[in-house]
Ligand binder design. Structure first.
Ligand code: ATP
Length: 283
């Protein structure tokens, strides 16, 4: 069978400032996004009639509601072709956990299809389609750590990230991103306003208090367990610990791999959560 296998990584937000609300209801943010070594596998099978999606996770849509389906549809339309594609997603990235799994799958489909057809679309055109699928999709097409602005879709490469180990803890409940933004009180957000290259230049952790997520306070108010997970990671030696995206996943950052492994083994069976030990994908 004519097919393509594409690794589809998760992301974490090392910084997330909400700067305002647009008239159309979307929030403007400044965020530092980094891919991590936790992957779904996306398989594309060609020579098909129509677009189909199968996913190993029971609660992920297997129809046009799947972001990967939408990405394929927009791509094939842009090529004005009636070709089809069958998409298979082996889900490892926790769903609705602030890890961008759906967006990453959509980006994997866009990049895989572009490769299959001999790169007919420029990076710019691919980004334009990515934007139509969702705010985080352009970041995964970009394939670099990045400062994202706007609704998260205007990207600038971020060069200064050191090699870090990540202990990721995902409490076993899901959080709706829409609910978090609805309950955000912009007057009470407190992350630094600006973020630019060089922000963490000299010593990443000298400025660790600047690592901040404006959405954390909203999610913690409803799910105090997030605070407990953060404290557990700090007690186990994490340089810093933060919720990613709208949550509920929390990551601890470690300079030292042995210490990260120790923390991972210590925390994994302590609570009702899934735990992963991964690295940042750089640059
Ligand atoms: P976001 O912050 O964009 O809401 P997230 O990273 O918290 O996303 P995802 O795993 O991307 O979480 O899932 C968000 C929702 O998108 C889920 O409720 C799921 O039903 C839907 N969805 C659509 N396509 C996918 C996909 N390919 N993988 C995962 N979820 C998908």
């Amino acid at each position: 069978m004519n097919s393509l296998v594409i690794p589809s990584p998760a992301k974490i937000n090392l910084f997330l400032k909400v700067v305002g609300k647009r008239p159309d209801g979307y929030h403007e943010i400044v965020t530092l996004l980094c891919r991590i070594g936790l992957f779904d596998t996306v398989v594309l099978a060609f020579d098909q009639t129509g677009i189909s999606v199968e996913c190993s996770h029971p609660r992920v849509p297997q129809d046009s509601g799947n972001l990967a389906h939408r990405a394929a549809s927009l791509f094939l339309n842009a090529l004005s072709t009636h070709d089809g594609v069958a998409i298979f997603i082996d889900k490892v990235i926790p769903v609705a956990a602030g890890l961008g799994g759906g967006s990453s799958n959509a980006a994997a489909v866009l990049m895989g299809l572009n490769q299959h057809y001999g790169l007919p679309l420029t990076d710019g055109k691919l980004m334009e389609i990515a934007r139509k699928v969702g705010a985080d999709v352009p970041f995964f097409v970009f394939r670099h750590s990045a400062i994202a602005r706007g609704i998260g879709d205007h990207l600038e490469v971020y060069k200064d990230l050191p090699p870090l180990f990540v202990v990721l803890v995902r409490p076993l409940f899901e959080v709706s991103t829409a609910w978090v933004y609805k309950n955000l009180n912009l007057g009470l957000t407190n992350c630094e306003k600006s973020l630019k290259n060089g922000y963490f230049e000299q010593d990443f952790f000298k400025v660790k208090d600047l690592l901040c997520n404006d959405l954390e306070q909203v999610t913690i108010r409803k799910f105090p367990q997030i605070k407990i997970v953060k404290q557990a990671l700090l007690d186990l030696g994490a340089e810093t610990a933060l919720m990613t995206g709208s949550g509920p996943s929390v990551f601890g950052l470690f300079k030292d791999g042995h210490q990260a492994a120790g923390a991972f083994h210590s925390i994994r069976h302590r609570g009702r959560w899934d735990t992963f030990l991964v690295g940042l994908l750089r640059p």
